[in-house]
Design a protein around this ligand. Structure first.
Ligand code: SRM
Ligand code: SF4
Length: 570
């Protein structure tokens, strides 16, 4: 072996710094407690910056204020984003009032942000108020454990209340899997909830001392509604239902949407089929998949560490065999399943118990009171009189569920008065953007704050060509991490730099096709120019109500991505 080869070998086997941080953290404690007492800075120091993520918080600073504060020789305006754990997105309306109150009183922005993983985030909690935030969550039986960093994240579950018997069961599984895969460390309770230190009982039977190589995402989904966008997730349980009961799951693994601009060793991938398992094997199989990824995942390069890369390194067959061995379960052939839709069903519907459900569109999931609407006050007013639940959807929307007949009209009135029910185009209802500026440190271009601008322009274009009633799944992400799931949209933008994006087209309605780059690094004006041409073309030449994404592929405007590893960069 020559020197070059030796160096390459050493580099290859050098663990990332993230691994050292986990290893040295004493089960995620680090010196967070000391930083909480440190009044010199509003931030966390050294490894603690990364360790607080395991407890569900990210240190951020307001990027709109960065330059100004730098010029004034001030520390950036550090504050934390805190993400709650809410498997399946269900929360009692009465508990919502506490969340609403906390956001108003103790956060810099005064808003609540619904995420596209069925939970909510507070932005702008200063360090001094963090313990109050955790105490408040604890009082309403919630926590933020395992909502960030290298663990299993908030578990998604189909939020459609119409099929509630099966939904109830699926929700139970989402909760069970979430709890089963949680970190066991007592650090969270010790640090945030003042519980006694019990070092000796720390043990991580599933995640291990250095946790997972990278983030890990799970869904439980009831076909035919793919509202959770399962193909973007590492591990998915697709319910197989017989006589209104879930009898087992088709298991799909290895989905993920991020890439790095220019780095061809990174690519998005759709989750792939492993096989069918009967319901009693669910946790065994979940554990086997997670521990295989734990042991086989790449810990030397975080850009190649997610499950899809592990599967690519070892092959799906080999990965499957290992899971079978660890779980002592043999996968059966995949049972028939079919997805027909993805978006939320807005408006009123009745569930199987004859209760009413009202699905409300929340632009970007941002719950605030602004010039156009008082979504935050409106939801709080509803929460005050509503005995049932709020269900957060994977599309950043909210379902007021289990409404009694007597409350129906009052809730409808509150919703209308506060701008929660409006006449909204299908395009807007099916749009989504990630948070991006000003809080996201990784943002390259605006997303949430430009979504409405793009939608308004596209609504005009669609009206001009007579397709204003159609649905096009349109999504924006401020960078190629792809949080807005742009790589499962019919038209997707991915930020390159301020005001510039890559334009992707050719995904489909049900979310099992990755779109391909059509134009690179273009301005907002150029995006609208190209989209107007495409929409005009589609409106006049489409066959039988053909969807936009299908049209651009059938007409060879863009090549279909069949195998993302080979096709994404071509
Ligand atoms: Fe995300 C990182 C926001 C869903 C892929 N994501 C971030 C951070 C935490 C930035 C950071 O690391 O400092 C963003 C915080 C912004 C802010 O100010 O709030 C952020 N991601 C979000 C949310 C809030 C977007 C939204 O508008 O809803 C979503 C929170 C979900 C949740 O409740 O857990 C969110 N992120 C996603 C999704 C979509 C999904 O899960 O369905 C993806 C693509 C799917 C996937 O994982 O492949 C996604 N986020 C990423 C990545 C790329 C990870 C990778 O595989 O390489 C990062 C960066 C990282 O982890 O290094 C990231
Ligand atoms: Fe931030 Fe990028 Fe995720 Fe948007 S896609 S929230 S900009 S990390």
């Amino acid at each position: 072996m020559n020197n070059d080869q030796k160096i390459k070998k050493v580099l290859k086997t050098t663990l990332t710094d993230a691994e050292r941080v986990k290893e040295n953290s004493n089960y995620l404690r680090g010196t967070i407690v000391n930083d909480l007492k440190n009044e010199i800075t509003n931030g966390f120091t050294g490894d603690n910056f990364s360790l607080i993520r395991f407890h569900g918080m990210y240190q951020q600073d307001d990027r709109d204020l960065r330059l100004e504060r730098h010029e004034q020789k001030l520390e950036p305006r550090y504050a934390m984003m805190l993400r709650c754990r809410l498997p399946g997105g269900i929360i009692k309306a009465k508990k919502w009032l506490k969340i609403d109150h906390f956001a108003s009183k103790y956060t810099l922005y005064g808003t609540i942000r619904l995420t596209n993983r069925q939970t909510f985030q507070f932005h702008g909690i200063i360090k001094k108020k963090l313990k109050d935030a955790h105490k408040m969550l604890h009082d309403i039986e919630l926590d933020s454990l395992g909502t960030a960093n290298d663990v299993n994240r908030n578990v998604l579950c189909t939020s459609n209340p119409m099929e509630s018997i099966v939904h109830k069961e699926a929700y139970k599984w989402a909760k069970k899997i979430s709890e089963f895969l949680l970190p066991h460390t007592k650090a969270y309770a010790e640090i945030w909830l003042n519980q006694k230190k019990v070092y000796t009982t720390d043990n991580e039977p599933i995640l291990g001392k250095t946790y997972l190589p990278r983030k890990f995402k799970t869904t439980v989904v009831i076909p035919p509604n793919n509202d959770v966008d399962l193909y973007a997730n590492d591990m998915n349980f697709v319910a197989i239902v017989k006589n209104k009961k879930i009898i087992g799951f088709n298991v799909l693994i290895g989905g993920g949407l991020s890439f790095v601009h220019g780095n061809k060793k990174t690519w998005p991938s759709l989750a792939r089929e492993l096989g069918y398992i009967s319901i009693e094997n669910t946790l065994l199989v979940a554990k086997a998949i997670v521990t295989t990824q734990r042991d086989w995942g790449n810990r030397t390069d975080r850009n190649n560490a997610k499950t899809r890369y592990t599967i690519n390194n070892f092959s799906l067959e080999v990965f499957k065999k290992e899971v079978e061995k660890r779980a002592n379960v043999i996968f059966e052939p995949i049972r028939f399943y079919n997805f027909t839709n993805r978006g939320d069903k807005f408006g009123w519907s009745k569930d199987i118990n004859h209760h009413w459900n009202l699905t409300l569109f929340i632009p970007n999931g941002r719950i605030d009171d602004n010039g156009n609407a008082s979504l935050k006050s409106g939801l709080a007013k509803i929460a005050k009189i509503h005995d049932g639940n709020f269900r957060l959807t994977s599309n950043q929307n909210i379902i007021i569920s289990e409404i009694s007949e007597k409350n129906k009209n009052t809730i409808q009135e509150i919703a209308i008065l506060n701008g929660l029910i409006k006449n909204i185009s299908n395009l807007r209802l099916h749009s989504m953007a990630c948070v991006s500026f000003p809080t996201c440190p990784l943002a390259m271009a605006e997303a949430e704050r430009v979504l409405s601008f793009f939608i308004t322009k596209l609504e005009d274009i669609m009206l001009k060509y007579g397709v204003q009633k159609e649905i096009i799944v349109f999504r924006i992400s401020g960078c190629p991490n792809g949080c807005g799931r742009s790589l499962l949209s019919e038209i997707g933008l991915i930020g390159k730099s301020k005001g510039r994006y890559n334009l992707y087209i050719g995904g489909n309605k049900i979310g099992n096709r990755i779109p391909k780059m059509y134009k690179e690094n273009i301005t907002e004006k150029e995006i609208l120019f190209y989209l107007e041409n495409l929409i005009q073309n589609w409106s006049s030449k489409r066959l039988n109500q053909e969807d936009f994404g299908d049209f651009v592929i059938r007409n060879n405007i863009i090549k279909k991505i069949v195998n993302p590893i080979a096709d994404f960069w071509k």
